[in-house]
Design a protein around this ligand. Sequence first.
Ligand SMILES: [Zn+2]
Length: 414
Amino acid sequence: MKIPDISKAIKQAVNNNFTHQLRLLKDLVKTDSTNPFTPDTSDPKAPIEKAVSDRLYLELKSLGFSPKRIGVTTARPNLTCTWGSPRYRKSLIFNGHMDTVPLPESSTAKTLLPVVKNNRLYGRGSLDMKASLSAYVFALKAIKDSRLPLSGKLILEFVVDEEPGACSQLGTRHLISQGITAKAAIIAEPGNKVGIGHRGGYRFKLTTLGESVHTGDTKWQKKEVGHNAVSDMAKVIAVLDQLDIPYKPSRLFPGKKPVFTFPTLIKGGTAINIVPEQCIAYGDVRLMPGNSDKQVRLLIEEKLAHVNNLRYSLENLLYAPAVELDDKEEIVNTVKNTFATIQGKTPLVQGIGPWNDAWMLWHLGGIPTITQVPLEGGNAHAANEWVSLKSLIDLTVVLAITAIRYLGANDDFS
Ligand SMILES: [Zn+2]
């Protein structure tokens, strides 16, 4: 089969199956997988994504595939599904998270109910990123329907615990630790470009330590005992206000630089008449390629060394290094050219702001990973989140054709 014939066959298969795909997507949206955790509280025993994982498992089974549950615990099962030649000439991963962010307090359970209106599907998680999960399943189904024997391996990965900050031990990182690897990967996070990198992030907790004493105490009046941790934090804030993080400008992130924000949250003191014993403040840092948590820690420590009589502790909460792919990578060209063929215009190829599990695949697994794909929708993380169904069909077609082009097929196809 030649490329135009393959495109035709895939488009036809995706369109034929789309009612079925939409049913799956509606079920995924209806099934709550709200992840309330932060990186430090994530619970391996809380079945956040279990029902979504089970629904996908059943779907893949009924379509004739052999999905596998691979979790740190049975409550948080990642799901994988492999298709293609075991000869393993080439391999490709489609990776996506099953959890969604918590619902806004003002919303009701209704936001989970999928509603189709004006060729859009509304509902929590529809865009981020349950539509893409449905696209993975039905891209694979279209490849199977086309009867093209792939001369490589396509691996679907549906992972847990991404939303708290893409730094979990339970999801993508666990699959890498189990030896699941490929020559390239795609994380079909929705956006308006082909993402070939993301900025990184570092979050920390800084605690100043004082000595508590009643403000009416004579020893406090004489400054013999007591030390105000909140006053110390004020000095720390003033000193860190000047913190500049050296960086190299990157072609992928035009106009961007590291951003140090401190504090973003703060808490100190226990009562109006007690000298505060401790003050806790949090900071958030956006990183460019080449920046690291160690570098930022060192800069903080250097600054704080100049504050007199300061006792403090600095704790890492999260670290995700930036990802920067070469735009000449084969997977980048394949995805870009396939979108251009299907949508009639070449997509923007650039780095993206928010980080995701791509840094694990790239830095821990050595797998060049696409960090975003064009998928039209709106209001991600809000109550009225939606995804365009036309755009979802395009994405499903693009993913199937990308897999065929990238992996090759045992035919006269080249
Ligand atoms: Zn996401």
